[in-house]
Design a protein around this ligand. Structure first.
Ligand SMILES: Nc1ncnc2c1ncn2[C@@H]1O[C@H](COP(=O)(O)OP(=O)(O)OP(=O)(O)O)[C@@H](O)[C@H]1O
Ligand SMILES: Cc1ncc(COP(=O)(O)O)c(N)n1
Length: 274
């Protein structure tokens, strides 16, 4: 038997390569798992925002899922942009009995402010997909919608992570602190303990795709058999480096970039460098 680990992302696209499916596949490659993808929606977007979205039919998404799952069953699955209730129900049906670690990045609104999930789906994701999750990775606005209370500080973020696990049924939740003040602190709750992942906050607008990248690393590490808390720690370190070396590409919010960090060749924030 092959010991190659593979990971599957089920998400929307970003033709400029910073977010969505394209970002996930780059991460899988960097984390040395074999990357596979099922596209839910094709998105005409760039660093400035979303221009147009076309959802694929449920029937065609199902064909893609069957093509992958029946041929190369992955050791880790993540979902990103799942815009409609019917897509959520389909994905739940396909992965409910698989036992494959499953990471949900509950993508609702792009950094540009454009909606990536229908209003109705925001409630349905709670009931249909969250109970299947190994880890859910909401940012603060997404966590607020999932738990129905305002998150102003780390104490609130901690409470939200607990509700997502204890009440909504995920195995673990990490509420990301990118939208809070001060250092970038993410809170993980795994049903037993809280873990805090704290790192420097960089003053940069080039953070397109941070959430996608972070959750893709966690998926890759779970696929390799890492514990949840170790997978999140690796995700945090990776995204911090990728934000520090993010790229001034495009006319808006440029993409994060771990590749540049690795090569140490193309820093764009010289003030952060020695
Ligand atoms: N300016 C920053 N400097 C350092 N780390 C950051 C910064 N902004 C976000 N992070 C970290 O990046 C990760 C993603 O967090 P964030 O809250 O930005 O997710 P997100 O809003 O879901 O991203 P996206 O909008 O791309 O979906 C977290 O680990 C967070 O702490
Ligand atoms: C297909 C897709 N999925 C996710 C995001 C969120 O990323 P961001 O909030 O950084 O724009 C996105 N823009 N596009």
């Amino acid at each position: 038997m092959s010991n190659i680990k593979s990971a599957l992302t089920i998400a929307g696209t970003d033709p400029t390569g910073g977010a969505g499916i394209q970002a996930d596949l780059k991460v899988f490659q960097e984390r040395e798992v074999y990357g596979m993808s099922v596209i839910t929606s094709v998105v005409a977007q760039n660093t400035l925002g979303v221009q147009e979205v076309q959802h694929l039919s449920i029937d065609f998404i199902e064909k893609q899922l069957d093509a992958v799952l029946k041929d190369i069953p992955p050791q880790g699955i993540k979902t990103g942009m799942i815009a409609t209730v019917d897509m959520m129900k389909l994905i739940a049906r396909k992965i409910a009995n698989t036992n494959i670690p499953y990471v949900i990045d509950p993508v609702m609104v792009a950094k540009s402010g454009d909606s990536l999930m229908e209003e109705e789906s925001r409630r349905v994701i709670r009931d249909v997909l969250i109970p299947l999750a190994t880890v859910v990775t909401p940012n603060v606005p997404e966590a607020e919608i999932l738990v129905d209370f305002a998150i102003k500080d780390q104490e609130d973020a901690k409470k939200a992570a607990k509700v997502i696990v204890d009440d909504l049924g995920a195995q673990a939740a990490v509420v990301k602190g990118g939208h809070l003040q001060g250092e970038a602190i993410d809170v993980l709750y795994d049903g037993g303990e809280y873990y805090y992942f704290k790192d420097a906050r960089f003053d940069t607008k080039h953070t397109h795709g941070t959430g996608c990248t972070f959750s893709a690393v966690i998926t890759a590490e779970l696929a390799k058999g890492k514990l949840i808390k170790d997978a999140v720690a690796i995700g945090k370190e990776y995204i911090t480096d990728a934000i520090q070396y993010s790229l001034e590409l495009g006319k808006g919010n440029g993409p994060t970039n771990h590749w540049g960090y690795r090569l140490k060749g193309v820093p764009n924030h010289e003030e952060d460098m020695e």
